[in-house]
Design a protein around this ligand. Structure first.
Ligand code: ASP
Length: 339
Protein backbone atom coordinates (compact mmCIF):
# COMPACT_ATOMS: atom_id res chain seq x y z
CA UNK A 1 0.00 0.00 0.00
CA UNK A 2 1.02 3.66 -0.30
CA UNK A 3 2.76 4.27 2.99
CA UNK A 4 4.50 7.32 1.59
CA UNK A 5 1.68 9.80 0.97
CA UNK A 6 1.74 12.56 -1.63
CA UNK A 7 1.91 15.16 1.15
CA UNK A 8 4.93 13.37 2.67
CA UNK A 9 6.54 13.25 -0.72
CA UNK A 10 6.19 17.01 -1.10
CA UNK A 11 7.55 17.58 2.41
CA UNK A 12 10.48 15.27 1.81
CA UNK A 13 11.38 16.76 -1.56
CA UNK A 14 10.93 20.34 -0.37
CA UNK A 15 14.28 20.10 1.42
CA UNK A 16 16.05 18.86 -1.68
CA UNK A 17 14.28 21.55 -3.74
CA UNK A 18 15.41 24.24 -1.31
CA UNK A 19 19.03 23.05 -1.54
CA UNK A 20 18.91 22.92 -5.35
CA UNK A 21 17.21 26.31 -5.47
CA UNK A 22 19.83 27.82 -3.12
CA UNK A 23 22.54 26.43 -5.35
CA UNK A 24 20.82 27.87 -8.46
CA UNK A 25 20.32 31.22 -6.78
CA UNK A 26 24.00 31.39 -5.81
CA UNK A 27 24.98 30.47 -9.35
CA UNK A 28 22.71 33.17 -10.77
CA UNK A 29 23.77 35.71 -8.19
CA UNK A 30 27.35 35.35 -9.35
CA UNK A 31 26.40 36.71 -12.76
CA UNK A 32 23.60 39.20 -12.42
CA UNK A 33 23.90 42.93 -11.90
CA UNK A 34 21.26 43.80 -9.36
CA UNK A 35 17.51 44.11 -9.25
CA UNK A 36 15.45 45.16 -12.24
CA UNK A 37 11.73 45.20 -13.08
CA UNK A 38 10.51 45.76 -16.60
CA UNK A 39 7.18 45.87 -18.43
CA UNK A 40 5.92 45.86 -21.99
CA UNK A 41 4.69 49.46 -21.86
CA UNK A 42 6.42 52.80 -22.39
CA UNK A 43 6.58 56.02 -20.40
CA UNK A 44 3.10 56.57 -18.98
CA UNK A 45 2.03 53.09 -17.91
CA UNK A 46 5.61 52.07 -17.24
CA UNK A 47 6.01 54.60 -14.45
CA UNK A 48 2.59 53.80 -12.94
CA UNK A 49 3.33 50.07 -12.88
CA UNK A 50 7.04 49.97 -12.11
CA UNK A 51 7.41 52.53 -9.32
CA UNK A 52 5.05 50.74 -6.86
CA UNK A 53 6.60 47.41 -7.86
CA UNK A 54 10.06 48.82 -7.15
CA UNK A 55 8.95 50.20 -3.78
CA UNK A 56 7.71 46.75 -2.75
CA UNK A 57 10.92 45.13 -3.94
CA UNK A 58 13.00 47.65 -2.01
CA UNK A 59 11.08 46.89 1.18
CA UNK A 60 10.71 43.13 0.88
CA UNK A 61 13.19 41.83 -1.70
CA UNK A 62 10.24 39.64 -2.77
CA UNK A 63 10.08 39.69 -6.56
CA UNK A 64 6.65 38.01 -6.69
CA UNK A 65 5.11 40.60 -4.35
CA UNK A 66 6.76 43.33 -6.41
CA UNK A 67 5.56 42.27 -9.87
CA UNK A 68 2.09 41.42 -8.53
CA UNK A 69 1.77 44.90 -6.99
CA UNK A 70 2.79 46.56 -10.24
CA UNK A 71 0.52 44.39 -12.35
CA UNK A 72 -2.48 45.03 -10.10
CA UNK A 73 -2.18 48.77 -10.87
CA UNK A 74 -3.10 48.26 -14.51
CA UNK A 75 -5.59 45.44 -13.78
CA UNK A 76 -7.53 47.72 -11.42
CA UNK A 77 -7.46 50.78 -13.69
CA UNK A 78 -10.74 51.19 -15.63
CA UNK A 79 -8.99 53.35 -18.25
CA UNK A 80 -6.90 50.50 -19.62
CA UNK A 81 -9.14 48.65 -22.08
CA UNK A 82 -6.95 45.61 -22.57
CA UNK A 83 -6.30 44.34 -19.07
CA UNK A 84 -8.46 43.50 -16.03
CA UNK A 85 -11.27 45.85 -14.97
CA UNK A 86 -12.33 47.95 -17.97
CA UNK A 87 -10.98 45.44 -20.51
CA UNK A 88 -12.88 45.02 -23.78
CA UNK A 89 -15.36 42.13 -23.63
CA UNK A 90 -15.95 39.06 -25.79
CA UNK A 91 -18.52 38.98 -28.60
CA UNK A 92 -21.34 38.59 -26.08
CA UNK A 93 -20.27 41.64 -24.10
CA UNK A 94 -18.73 39.62 -21.25
CA UNK A 95 -15.23 40.42 -19.97
CA UNK A 96 -13.13 37.23 -19.73
CA UNK A 97 -9.62 37.56 -18.34
CA UNK A 98 -6.45 35.49 -18.86
CA UNK A 99 -3.28 35.67 -16.72
CA UNK A 100 -0.17 33.71 -15.80
CA UNK A 101 2.71 33.91 -13.35
CA UNK A 102 6.01 32.02 -13.15
CA UNK A 103 8.76 31.91 -10.53
CA UNK A 104 12.25 30.99 -11.64
CA UNK A 105 13.89 29.62 -8.48
CA UNK A 106 11.27 26.86 -8.12
CA UNK A 107 10.23 26.76 -11.79
CA UNK A 108 6.64 26.77 -10.56
CA UNK A 109 3.83 28.54 -12.35
CA UNK A 110 0.11 29.20 -12.22
CA UNK A 111 -2.48 30.54 -14.59
CA UNK A 112 -6.16 31.23 -15.10
CA UNK A 113 -8.18 31.64 -18.28
CA UNK A 114 -11.66 32.96 -19.11
CA UNK A 115 -12.01 34.29 -15.58
CA UNK A 116 -15.10 36.50 -15.16
CA UNK A 117 -15.96 39.15 -12.54
CA UNK A 118 -12.62 39.20 -10.70
CA UNK A 119 -10.55 42.35 -11.14
CA UNK A 120 -7.04 41.01 -10.47
CA UNK A 121 -6.51 37.76 -12.41
CA UNK A 122 -2.73 37.77 -11.87
CA UNK A 123 -3.31 37.49 -8.11
CA UNK A 124 -5.58 34.49 -8.69
CA UNK A 125 -2.93 32.93 -10.94
CA UNK A 126 -0.39 33.39 -8.13
CA UNK A 127 -2.68 31.51 -5.74
CA UNK A 128 -3.05 28.69 -8.26
CA UNK A 129 0.76 28.48 -8.25
CA UNK A 130 1.21 28.74 -4.50
CA UNK A 131 -1.87 27.05 -3.07
CA UNK A 132 -2.67 24.20 -5.46
CA UNK A 133 -0.88 21.37 -7.13
CA UNK A 134 -2.33 22.49 -10.50
CA UNK A 135 -1.09 25.00 -13.03
CA UNK A 136 -4.14 26.06 -15.01
CA UNK A 137 -7.71 26.81 -13.84
CA UNK A 138 -10.36 28.09 -16.24
CA UNK A 139 -13.81 29.67 -16.32
CA UNK A 140 -16.28 28.83 -13.60
CA UNK A 141 -13.78 26.69 -11.66
CA UNK A 142 -11.25 29.53 -11.65
CA UNK A 143 -13.92 31.93 -10.38
CA UNK A 144 -15.00 29.59 -7.59
CA UNK A 145 -11.37 29.13 -6.62
CA UNK A 146 -10.94 32.92 -6.48
CA UNK A 147 -14.05 33.30 -4.33
CA UNK A 148 -12.80 30.63 -1.92
CA UNK A 149 -9.71 32.80 -1.49
CA UNK A 150 -11.82 35.84 -0.67
CA UNK A 151 -11.91 37.65 -4.01
CA UNK A 152 -15.12 39.64 -4.53
CA UNK A 153 -17.18 39.26 -7.68
CA UNK A 154 -17.64 42.60 -9.44
CA UNK A 155 -18.90 43.83 -12.77
CA UNK A 156 -15.81 44.31 -14.96
CA UNK A 157 -17.62 45.92 -17.89
CA UNK A 158 -17.19 49.69 -17.65
CA UNK A 159 -19.49 52.01 -19.62
CA UNK A 160 -16.60 52.91 -21.92
CA UNK A 161 -16.01 49.23 -22.77
CA UNK A 162 -19.75 48.49 -23.07
CA UNK A 163 -20.22 51.36 -25.55
CA UNK A 164 -17.21 50.23 -27.59
CA UNK A 165 -18.71 46.72 -27.71
CA UNK A 166 -22.14 48.08 -28.65
CA UNK A 167 -20.66 50.08 -31.52
CA UNK A 168 -18.89 46.96 -32.78
CA UNK A 169 -22.07 44.92 -32.49
CA UNK A 170 -24.27 47.50 -34.22
CA UNK A 171 -21.83 48.01 -37.08
CA UNK A 172 -20.97 44.33 -37.52
CA UNK A 173 -23.35 43.46 -40.32
CA UNK A 174 -26.06 44.88 -42.59
CA UNK A 175 -27.86 41.57 -42.46
CA UNK A 176 -28.92 41.58 -38.82
CA UNK A 177 -31.38 43.59 -36.76
CA UNK A 178 -28.87 45.75 -34.92
CA UNK A 179 -28.92 49.36 -36.14
CA UNK A 180 -26.32 51.98 -35.22
CA UNK A 181 -27.59 55.26 -33.77
CA UNK A 182 -29.14 57.67 -36.30
CA UNK A 183 -26.18 60.06 -36.27
CA UNK A 184 -23.97 57.11 -37.23
CA UNK A 185 -21.03 55.85 -35.31
CA UNK A 186 -18.02 53.92 -36.49
CA UNK A 187 -16.98 50.63 -35.00
CA UNK A 188 -14.04 50.83 -32.61
CA UNK A 189 -10.78 49.40 -33.81
CA UNK A 190 -10.02 46.07 -32.27
CA UNK A 191 -7.44 47.17 -29.74
CA UNK A 192 -4.48 45.16 -28.59
CA UNK A 193 -3.08 45.34 -25.14
CA UNK A 194 -1.92 42.97 -22.43
CA UNK A 195 0.96 43.66 -20.09
CA UNK A 196 4.04 41.61 -19.29
CA UNK A 197 5.83 42.45 -16.04
CA UNK A 198 9.16 40.68 -15.50
CA UNK A 199 11.67 41.12 -12.72
CA UNK A 200 14.85 40.00 -11.00
CA UNK A 201 15.44 40.48 -7.28
CA UNK A 202 18.75 41.56 -5.77
CA UNK A 203 19.56 37.92 -5.02
CA UNK A 204 18.83 36.74 -8.54
CA UNK A 205 15.28 35.35 -8.34
CA UNK A 206 13.58 35.84 -11.70
CA UNK A 207 9.78 36.00 -12.07
CA UNK A 208 7.16 37.16 -14.53
CA UNK A 209 3.46 37.88 -15.03
CA UNK A 210 1.35 38.29 -18.14
CA UNK A 211 -2.25 39.54 -17.83
CA UNK A 212 -4.91 40.54 -20.37
CA UNK A 213 -8.58 40.74 -21.26
CA UNK A 214 -7.49 39.09 -24.51
CA UNK A 215 -8.61 39.80 -28.02
CA UNK A 216 -11.58 42.17 -28.11
CA UNK A 217 -14.84 40.57 -29.32
CA UNK A 218 -13.33 37.07 -29.08
CA UNK A 219 -15.54 33.99 -29.19
CA UNK A 220 -16.62 33.19 -25.61
CA UNK A 221 -14.28 30.63 -24.10
CA UNK A 222 -11.33 31.61 -26.31
CA UNK A 223 -8.02 31.26 -24.50
CA UNK A 224 -5.13 33.39 -25.76
CA UNK A 225 -1.40 33.04 -25.27
CA UNK A 226 -1.21 35.03 -22.02
CA UNK A 227 -2.17 32.19 -19.65
CA UNK A 228 -0.29 29.51 -21.61
CA UNK A 229 3.06 28.87 -19.95
CA UNK A 230 5.76 29.01 -22.64
CA UNK A 231 3.58 31.12 -24.95
CA UNK A 232 2.63 34.43 -23.28
CA UNK A 233 5.18 33.99 -20.49
CA UNK A 234 8.21 31.92 -19.61
CA UNK A 235 10.84 32.17 -16.88
CA UNK A 236 13.99 30.12 -16.36
CA UNK A 237 16.21 31.14 -13.49
CA UNK A 238 19.34 29.99 -15.30
CA UNK A 239 18.62 32.14 -18.35
CA UNK A 240 16.01 34.90 -17.93
CA UNK A 241 12.39 35.66 -18.72
CA UNK A 242 10.23 36.61 -21.68
CA UNK A 243 6.66 37.73 -22.33
CA UNK A 244 4.50 38.24 -25.39
CA UNK A 245 1.67 40.53 -26.47
CA UNK A 246 -0.30 40.74 -29.68
CA UNK A 247 -2.09 38.07 -31.67
CA UNK A 248 -2.02 35.18 -29.22
CA UNK A 249 -2.79 32.36 -31.62
CA UNK A 250 0.50 33.00 -33.44
CA UNK A 251 2.45 33.05 -30.19
CA UNK A 252 0.87 29.81 -28.99
CA UNK A 253 1.72 27.88 -32.12
CA UNK A 254 5.45 28.67 -31.88
CA UNK A 255 5.70 28.55 -28.05
CA UNK A 256 6.87 32.17 -28.22
CA UNK A 257 8.22 33.05 -24.78
CA UNK A 258 9.82 29.63 -24.36
CA UNK A 259 11.45 30.15 -27.76
CA UNK A 260 12.85 33.53 -26.69
CA UNK A 261 14.29 32.10 -23.46
CA UNK A 262 15.80 29.13 -25.29
CA UNK A 263 17.41 31.46 -27.86
CA UNK A 264 18.94 33.40 -24.97
CA UNK A 265 20.18 30.12 -23.50
CA UNK A 266 21.84 29.45 -26.86
CA UNK A 267 23.73 32.73 -26.56
CA UNK A 268 21.56 35.42 -28.16
CA UNK A 269 21.05 38.74 -26.40
CA UNK A 270 17.47 39.52 -25.26
CA UNK A 271 17.12 41.89 -28.23
CA UNK A 272 18.33 39.28 -30.73
CA UNK A 273 16.14 36.58 -29.16
CA UNK A 274 12.99 38.75 -29.40
CA UNK A 275 13.76 39.52 -33.04
CA UNK A 276 14.34 35.81 -33.72
CA UNK A 277 10.89 35.00 -32.29
CA UNK A 278 9.21 37.61 -34.52
CA UNK A 279 11.11 36.24 -37.52
CA UNK A 280 9.98 32.71 -36.64
CA UNK A 281 6.33 33.83 -36.72
CA UNK A 282 6.85 35.49 -40.10
CA UNK A 283 8.53 32.33 -41.43
CA UNK A 284 5.89 29.87 -40.26
CA UNK A 285 3.23 32.05 -41.84
CA UNK A 286 4.95 31.84 -45.21
CA UNK A 287 6.77 35.18 -45.31
CA UNK A 288 6.08 38.91 -44.86
CA UNK A 289 3.27 39.08 -47.43
CA UNK A 290 1.17 36.69 -45.34
CA UNK A 291 1.48 38.60 -42.09
CA UNK A 292 -1.29 41.13 -41.42
CA UNK A 293 -1.19 41.03 -37.62
CA UNK A 294 1.26 42.03 -34.93
CA UNK A 295 3.10 40.34 -32.08
CA UNK A 296 5.68 41.74 -29.70
CA UNK A 297 8.14 40.13 -27.30
CA UNK A 298 10.08 41.56 -24.39
CA UNK A 299 12.88 39.76 -22.58
CA UNK A 300 15.44 40.08 -19.83
CA UNK A 301 18.44 37.84 -19.27
CA UNK A 302 19.89 36.95 -15.89
CA UNK A 303 22.49 39.71 -16.24
CA UNK A 304 19.64 42.22 -16.38
CA UNK A 305 20.04 43.06 -20.08
CA UNK A 306 16.71 43.76 -21.80
CA UNK A 307 15.29 43.72 -25.32
CA UNK A 308 12.06 43.97 -27.28
CA UNK A 309 10.91 43.44 -30.84
CA UNK A 310 7.68 43.38 -32.78
CA UNK A 311 6.63 42.22 -36.20
CA UNK A 312 5.11 45.58 -37.21
CA UNK A 313 5.55 49.09 -35.88
CA UNK A 314 2.60 50.08 -33.70
CA UNK A 315 1.22 53.51 -34.76
CA UNK A 316 4.47 54.17 -36.63
CA UNK A 317 6.52 53.69 -33.47
CA UNK A 318 9.23 51.19 -32.63
CA UNK A 319 8.14 48.72 -29.94
CA UNK A 320 9.19 49.75 -26.47
CA UNK A 321 9.54 48.55 -22.92
CA UNK A 322 10.35 50.37 -19.73
CA UNK A 323 12.37 49.25 -16.78
CA UNK A 324 13.35 50.39 -13.33
CA UNK A 325 16.58 49.56 -11.55
CA UNK A 326 18.90 51.18 -9.05
CA UNK A 327 19.71 53.69 -11.81
CA UNK A 328 16.08 54.81 -12.03
CA UNK A 329 13.34 54.56 -14.66
CA UNK A 330 14.13 54.17 -18.33
CA UNK A 331 12.30 53.58 -21.61
CA UNK A 332 14.00 51.36 -24.19
CA UNK A 333 13.08 51.29 -27.88
CA UNK A 334 13.33 47.95 -29.64
CA UNK A 335 13.01 47.12 -33.33
CA UNK A 336 10.19 46.06 -35.64
CA UNK A 337 10.85 43.64 -38.48
CA UNK A 338 8.33 44.48 -41.24
CA UNK A 339 7.39 47.79 -42.80
N1 ASP B 1 -1.98 38.34 -26.61
C1 ASP B 1 -3.34 38.67 -26.22
C2 ASP B 1 -4.24 37.54 -26.63
O1 ASP B 1 -4.10 37.03 -27.72
C3 ASP B 1 -3.87 39.92 -26.79
C4 ASP B 1 -2.98 41.11 -26.85
O2 ASP B 1 -1.85 41.09 -26.39
O3 ASP B 1 -3.42 42.11 -27.39
O4 ASP B 1 -5.13 37.24 -25.87
Amino acid sequence: MHKFSRRHFFKATAGIGATVSLFLQQKVHAQHRGAIILCSRGEAWGRKVLQPAWDVLAQSNNILDAIETGTNVVELDPDDMSVGYGGLPNEEGVVQLDASIMYGPTHRCGSIACLENIKTPSSVARLVMERTDHIHLVGEGAKRFARMHGFREENLLTDKARIAWLKWKENLSDADDWLPPAEGEYAEERTNGTINVLGISADGAIAGITTTSGLAWKIPGRVGDSPIIGAGLYVDNEVGAAGATGRGEEVIRMCGSFYVVERMRAGLSPQEACEAACQKIIDINGGPAKVNFNDKFIAVNKKGEVGCASIQAANGQEPELSYISQNGFQVVKGRHLLD
